[in-house]
Design a protein around this ligand. Sequence first.
Ligand SMILES: *[C@@H]1O[C@H](CO)[C@@H](O)[C@H](O)[C@H]1NC(C)=O
Ligand SMILES: *[C@@H]1O[C@H](CO)[C@@H](O)[C@H](O)[C@H]1NC(C)=O
Ligand SMILES: *[C@@H]1O[C@H](CO)[C@@H](O)[C@H](O)[C@H]1NC(C)=O
Length: 532
Amino acid sequence: MRRRTGVERIVLCFFVYLLVISADGADIKKLNLWPMPKSVSYGHGTLYLSNDFKLNTKGSKFFDASGILKDAFLRSIDVVRATHVIEANTSKIDASLVLKGIHIVVFSPSDELQHGIDESYHLHIPAQGNPLYAHLEAQTVYGAFHGLQTFSQVCHFDMKSRGIMVHQVPWTIVDQPRFSYRGLLIDTSRHYQPLPVIKKVIDSMTYAKLNVLHWHIVDTQSFPLEIPSYPKLWNGAYSMSERYTIADAVEIVSYAKKRGINVLAEIDVPGHAQSWGVGYPSLWPSADCKEPLDVSNEFTFKLIDGILSDFSKIFKYKFIHLGGDEVNTSCWQSTPHVRTWLRRHGMDGSKAYQYFVLRAQKIALSHGYEIINWEETFNNFGSKLSRKTVVHNWLGSGVAQQVVKAGLRCIVSNQDKWYLDHLDALWQDFYTNEPLTNITDPRQQALVLGGEVCAWGEHIDASDIEQTIWPRAAAAAERLWTSYEKLAKDPEQVRGRLSYFRCLLNQRGVAAAPLDGLGRAAPEEPGSCYLQ
Ligand SMILES: *[C@@H]1O[C@H](CO)[C@@H](O)[C@H](O)[C@H]1NC(C)=O
Ligand SMILES: *[C@@H]1O[C@H](CO)[C@@H](O)[C@H](O)[C@H]1NC(C)=O
Ligand SMILES: *[C@@H]1O[C@H](CO)[C@@H](O)[C@H](O)[C@H]1NC(C)=O
């Protein structure tokens, strides 16, 4: 990577100096929110956050029976308070300057978390009042969660008073996401990710308002998840301890839901499935040709049905990901019993690939799921896919245009820009990758559900997952959340704000890497967090 020149460093130091000064004083000119809300106005006042900051939900139609709103409230205050020891005693401060709490009104009584729910919110923090409360309104409790995240970003520890202050009041923020699908893929097959690590990733996603954890559970290398219908499948795990029980999976889904995040489960068929045969060798075409899954064997489809039947009890998101990428059918053609089957059914390798994918789709539909498939399925037989298919782009740009023209929905993850394991994809690439490139018809635009950044696990385990994801995922998160007009045309315009957000992640205990250099690079040399 290019190193900064001395002059550039001095100029940057000066800006950081301004940033640090301003973050500490009442007269902040910078708007250090990430992702940028749809509309923001603010003033010049300053308030203290009461030591006894309260949640008030009077007038809310959401009856918080499970306590998820209260928990989200407590978490948002905890991350603010965790940065320093609070020494200020706000009961000694003029009451008109103390924010007593936040009044949250949620209009929908339901806590159902599904694709496309209303995630908008309206946050107002007045400059005065008695008693002085912030006001947050949202259609759903999940919109309120986003409002709480934004609220946490306007709260700062103040070194003089040694308490939490809210600068730039009054604040009025009206916000809603640009796209309904804002995903992050983690891969637990190439390396196992322990439960607490996955939970920490989920927590960090909420800070950037991402809302889908795409769990690429199994692949060629290992099958870590328990499947009650076929209990030998997890024989394909790397070891006894590198496994997830059903209770673990339930816990991940529940933990994510309490944070407004859907879990998209994936089983990638028929390729990428060699580990399945460790427990059930008849899934392999033969002992020395193990992938893709044996298309000629009825047991293959019975087993997929069993997995999806078990999944439907755990993974309540309306989509299931069935993979379908990188299928090399040479094993089918070279294995005598499969070759005979192909001939009898009048199929060549590519027809059999189509047959497999479409049959797996039907099984998923029978369990009530809509389907996501990687783009090769569309590229090879797009017109045959179920109309309930969402095509997941990854190979390159320009695919979304084709998909929506064909009337199907699309998720964008082109690998040159949005693969986190590509360490040479820089934050600027993540920021500028536009899902609606060359799509102008509003009906076609509506078919682009959003996008996803992917942390494929070949070189990712618990030791480096956070710094591989952050801060680059945040750059994509703003592209997916923030309205188009507010996005910077030149990513350098948001460098300071993103740098501020990455330092905020660090302050919250997330190992977000420096902005400059390759992905997850170490800091270049001694210096302020805001300079890296
Ligand atoms: C804060 O100040 C009030 C009033 O002087 C006092 O009663 C209270 O004990 C103090 N609280 C703490 C935590 O020091
Ligand atoms: C498919 O696999 C066969 C056997 O491993 C290999 O020889 C061939 O090059 C592969 N084809 C492609 C397109 O990767
Ligand atoms: C978008 O359209 C322009 C002009 O036709 C073309 O040069 C560019 O390659 C297209 N971009 C993508 C991602 O297809």
